[in-house]
Design a protein around this ligand. Structure first.
Ligand SMILES: *Cc1c(COP(=O)(O)O)cnc(C)c1O
Length: 333
């Protein structure tokens, strides 16, 4: 895999640290836990979309775009990182935010990431839940072209083979760190949504025969649906980077036991995971993705899913800006 063949803009403060979580390891009496700090990637509080945007914005510049358009849920971290990337490159940014969460708290519509989107200078449109977001993106693209602009659409979550290259790159970075630190990694665990993170990681870790499992904790879809979507994107990504031989369906593992009431809907496990990780590791998770991902990891450790002599890396995908849109959930803790 030779990623310098693809257009790319450098945004990421990398390599992101790979750090032990000794306190949580002791508390859970489980496998050795480490964290890969992709919450520290840069772009206005960081997160996993920064790596994807390196390649997506590379393509946008190559195509001569002057406006990037993307979509997400109201508290989308992806939208905020896209706004930041566009600002750095001097491009305009149009964001469409879909109301996917019912009965959110008082800060949900204007705090957290929405506040940062405004601060970063993006143009924001709010649409109701259930809107055809692909059509909505196309409509804005036509509007931009109509006024003489050159639009580039970033898919939701930045999840297509171009964006997933960011996580092929992360897989290689992680392997290098593990080798340098003489750490044998058994499994990488992370929250999985639009699937580009897991697809890129699996493509990178399989394409290098690393023998490392990737275990996605779903934040929205049932297990089989999530695994099939991730597998399709993994195959497309592997083909895009020229990995020989198809990656087997059983290399895609997702668990949807921690979704709770649905995307962005708080769960007791998430609240416990965010609180425990803050109080024992001083690491800030988020309520929608990394909090549910960590809730899954904690529960699996308690159930003895991993052996004590195994090493598990939690990929911290970021999102802590959204904490400020869900503050009231944690005030009781
Ligand atoms: C988008 C996001 C994810 C999920 O990544 P996908 O590539 O969409 O599966 C996880 N965590 C955070 C904080 C995110 O913003």
């Amino acid at each position: 895999m030779h990623l310098s063949r693809y257009p790319r803009v450098r945004f990421c403060h990398g390599p992101t640290p790979l750090e032990p979580m000794d306190n949580l390891t002791r508390l859970l009496d489980g496998p050795r836990l480490l964290v890969k700090r992709d919450d520290c990637t840069g772009l206005a509080t960081g997160g996993n979309k920064t790596r994807k945007l390196e390649f997506l914005m590379g393509e946008a510049l190559e195509q001569g775009a002057d406006t990037v358009i993307t979509q997400g849920a109201v508290q989308s971290n992806h939208a905020r990182q896209t706004a930041a990337a566009a600002t750095k490159l001097g491009l305009k940014c149009e964001i469409i935010l879909e109301r996917r969460v019912e009965e959110p708290g008082p800060q949900y519509d204007s705090g957290g990431n929405v506040f940062l989107d405004h601060l970063l200078g993006a143009k924001i449109r709010h649409v109701p839940g259930g809107t055809d977001m692909t059509a909505a993106l196309d409509d804005v693209a036509k509007e931009v072209s109509g006024r003489g602009g050159k639009p580039y659409i970033v898919p939701g979550g930045g999840s297509n083979p171009v964006g997933a290259l960011g996580y092929v790159n992360c897989a290689m970075e992680l392997l290098q760190q593990a080798n340098d630190m003489a750490i044998g990694i058994d499994t990488v665990v992370h929250g999985t949504g639009s699937g580009g993170t897991q697809a890129g990681l699996v493509a990178g870790l399989e394409g290098t025969n690393s023998g490392i499992d990737v275990y996605g904790i779903s934040v929205r879809q049932p297990k089989v649906k999530q695994e099939e979507a991730v597998h399709d994107l993994t195959l497309a990504t592997a083909e895009y980077v020229g990995i020989k031989g198809a990656i087997a369906r059983d290399r895609i593992m997702a668990n949807s036991d921690y979704v709770g009431g649905g995307y962005g809907v708080p769960t007791p496990g998430m609240i416990e995971a965010v609180t425990l990780t803050a109080r024992h590791e001083a690491i800030l998770l988020d309520p929608v993705y990394s909090g549910k991902g960590m809730a899954g990891l904690i529960d699996l450790c308690r159930k003895g899913y991993f052996k004590k002599d195994q090493t598990v890396v939690f990929l911290h995908t970021g999102g802590s800006a959204a904490l400020f849109a869900y503050q009231e959930l944690f005030t009781e803790q």
